[in-house]
Design a protein around this ligand. Structure first.
Ligand SMILES: [Fe+2]
Ligand SMILES: [Fe+2]
Length: 405
């Protein structure tokens, strides 16, 4: 049965009829007001800038606190090890619990600190279109990570045989924690937009995700790509949260915390696979983020992105702060914790899938075995880092044996 946290997490009471007469087919599309009105609102936002930056910092400090990030990694472990029916079981492992927010209480007055309401709606529409193709994303990751890091692949989605089997047998396609958490985002954004501008957004999405295969090159590119997406999402939604109050803030903050959970897990996975090369990780994400910037053309009104200098400044500040706090935490997570989290065999039942031929099954088993050998031997780490980490592991192993005697 699918997780229904998405439906339960916010409630909507019947709302008043829109002020403007609308045809049933009319849908919201982002458009900017006149130049003069635009500059006036940018000026207003600039006056609030110091306060907004302080709020962004406060949100990052709270949501990137070491205890919160540790809990995110622990939830990954819980997803694989705590099975429903075995007590004590925390449903939070299946999808992060959201703080209740009331949609009908949300209105334009909840957009604060100088940001124009149309601009908040535009940002949310951009986010909604990026979030929407979740079925494609979950299959990208399920297939992409199946050999690189199987525990992560299972946490994020289904591999090709599993996805095909679900589609042909009309089974639920979204059975991973990552998918259950992500699939609620685009709907939440659509509903918030409708509350802010009094008209529902168009769901005809110009965003088309690419295909990802499980080969090493694709999988490595995909893990950097996913980290970049989670980093961008966390940072830009933090800017939205800094400009929101009341139930709007609560709802946006729920999404922010989901994204931070994904960012912390993916960053730990990257550290486990490639070693603690924090600057290289950050540089890879920045390079990919800049390269992906052209994708704004695949979003409705995407050319408006980057046209508000104050918003751009807030976005850069949020990106820098999230990177700083995340890196500080990553340095505290020891290799033995990462090995336990990512290598302990999952207790989850296997997902239904087409049975491969015996030759293909032998090939899969061999690729999985070699993949684990490569990870445990830290084969992708730089030689210096690897020697140091393996020596430390040997020392810890000897010490544990001595203590047991
Ligand atoms: Fe998301
Ligand atoms: Fe995410």
């Amino acid at each position: 049965m699918l997780n229904t946290a998405s439906e339960d997490s916010f409630s909507e009471k019947p709302t008043a009829a829109p002020n403007r007469p609308l045809t049933p087919t009319q849908r919201y599309r982002p458009t900017a007001p006149s130049r003069a009105r635009r500059w006036l609102s940018i000026l207003r936002q600039a006056m609030w800038l110091p306060k907004t930056l302080l709020t962004i910092h406060r949100i990052v400090r709270e949501d990137f606190a070491p205890a919160a990030l540790d809990e995110n990694l622990w939830a990954f472990w819980g997803f694989h090890q705590e099975i429903a029916g075995n007590e004590p079981y925390d449903p939070h492992y299946r999808a992060r619990t959201w703080q209740k927010a009331q949609l009908s209480a949300i209105g334009p007055r909840h957009v604060i600190r100088g940001l124009a309401v149309w601009e908040m709606a535009f940002m949310m529409n951009f986010a909604m279109e990026s979030e929407e193709p979740i079925m494609d994303y979950t299959q990208q990751s399920g297939e992409g990570f199946r050999f690189l890091l199987p525990a992560l692949g299972r946490f994020m989605g289904k591999n090709e045989e599993q996805a095909r089997y679900s589609a042909e047998h009309r089974l639920p396609w979204c059975e991973s924690a990552w998918c259950a958490e992500e699939r609620r985002h685009s709907n939440a954004f659509a509903r918030m937009i409708a509350r802010l501008v009094n008209i529902s957004p168009s769901r005809e999405n110009p965003n088309q995700p690419m295909d990802v295969t499980a080969d090493e090159h694709d999988a490595i590119f995909h893990i950097i790509n996913r980290q970049t997406s989670e980093w961008n999402a966390s940072s830009s939604y933090i800017v939205m949260a800094a400009h929101a109050t009341g139930d709007l803030h609560i709802l946006v903050r729920n999404i922010v915390r989901d994204e931070i959970k994904h960012l912390s897990i993916l960053s730990c996975a990257y550290s486990y696979l490639f070693g603690p090369r924090f600057w290289k990780r950050l540089l890879d994400c920045i390079k990919l983020g800049v390269a992906n910037y052209h994708q704004r053309r695949n979003r409705s009104g995407g050319d408006l992105l980057g046209s508000n200098p104050i918003l751009s400044l807030e976005g850069v500040a949020a990106h820098l702060l999230t990177a700083l706090y995340l890196t500080k935490w990553l340095k505290t997570v020891p290799l033995r914790a990462l090995t336990t989290v990512f290598e302990t065999p999952s207790r989850l039942p296997d997902l239904a899938a087409f049975t491969p031929s015996s030759e293909r099954q032998a090939e899969i088993d061999e690729t999985l075995r070699k993949g684990q050998q490569k990870r445990v031997g830290l084969a992708r780490w730089s030689p210096g880092m690897r020697e140091f980490a393996l020596a430390e592991r040997r020392f810890e192993g000897r010490r544990a044996t001595d203590l047991r005697r």
